[in-house]
Design a binder for this molecule. Sequence first.
Ligand SMILES: Cc1cc2nc3c(=O)[nH]c(=O)nc-3n(C[C@H](O)[C@H](O)[C@H](O)COP(=O)(O)OP(=O)(O)OC[C@H]3O[C@@H](n4cnc5c(N)ncnc54)[C@H](O)[C@@H]3O)c2cc1C
Length: 319
Amino acid sequence: MTSAVAIIGAGMAGASAARALHAAGHRVAVFDKGRGLGGRMATRRLPDGTTFDHGAQYFTARDPGFARDVASWIGAETAAPWGEPGWSAGTPGAPDPVRSLLAGLPVATGLTVSRLAREDGRWALTGARGERLPGAFDAVLVTAPAPQARALGETAGAEWSALDRVRYAPCWALMLAHEGEAPMPETHRREADPARPIAWIARDDTKPGRGGGRRTLVVHASPGWSRAHLEEEAETVAGLLTAELRCLPGLALPAPGRIGYAAAHRWRYALVERAAEEPCLWSPDLRLGVAGDGCLGGRVEAAYLSGRALAERVLADLP
Ligand SMILES: Cc1cc2nc3c(=O)[nH]c(=O)nc-3n(C[C@H](O)[C@H](O)[C@H](O)COP(=O)(O)OP(=O)(O)OC[C@H]3O[C@@H](n4cnc5c(N)ncnc54)[C@H](O)[C@@H]3O)c2cc1C
């Protein structure tokens, strides 16, 4: 017998759970509040084709199952080696590995799930405006960042206290595009001192398959700086981080007039500082579960493994 499973979140954890459940013969329906797929594996695209991976930069693979999927993405040009040995980046954009896992599966984007309720022994989902979303489900899997998953679980009476220990650091990301040459890192540069404002600089245009022809930089502020400036306007932050970048030794930016695009993006729940240290959470009586990087740690691979672990728990319990 096949069961119907709703998956909230089309990031790596949701995609990995969806693919595993679909492969086992269950009907999945994926919902995401974002405009596209990938979650924090995100790419911003400008009208002229310039792109920026402003979230996750690359991923590594230690688990043999994840390594097999990464090898198949590389074979299909959905990912490619970039940066250091063992690193891969999605191609032509960061979300493409997630797109590949979700290919052919029903995904509804631009839909925020705000409440979960039991109706006649099955799960019904409510949207942000109080509207009933289509479908009735035997199980619901929540793959939002832990504080959001916790809040959604509460609407269904789930006690997910293990999520209380999860801590995320925010991250402000700066995206810059410019014409012409300037001394830059060849591919990326990590700043060692966490007390400094800038933690990471990537030449995004050096990632395989990026179009647009412009030089692009993605800069991540350190957790401390991001926290201190969390509630400031994106425009203010773009100016502040560009000024910080100009002060870094060994890196010269073009004159302000030659920077064609500068924007900042706030990631409120960016990087896991403390994980729940459980592969996933699953309430068999409620048929309600949680996966995501808050479970095992803040990496793409950890999100994938958490999604897989939750799918296995569901498969053990559902007909
Ligand atoms: C700036 C930054 C840099 C990073 N760099 C790296 C890196 O280099 N390497 C690495 O391995 N990892 C990196 N990470 C971490 C990595 O991106 C995450 O660990 C991983 O992508 C998390 O996947 P996930 O599926 O758990 O969560 P997400 O990708 O956050 O997916 C959750 C999804 O749930 C959706 N959602 C949430 N609430 C609702 C709701 N109520 N209704 C509907 N949809 C909802 C969201 O829109 C989102 O799409 C980085 C992250 C950031 C932000």
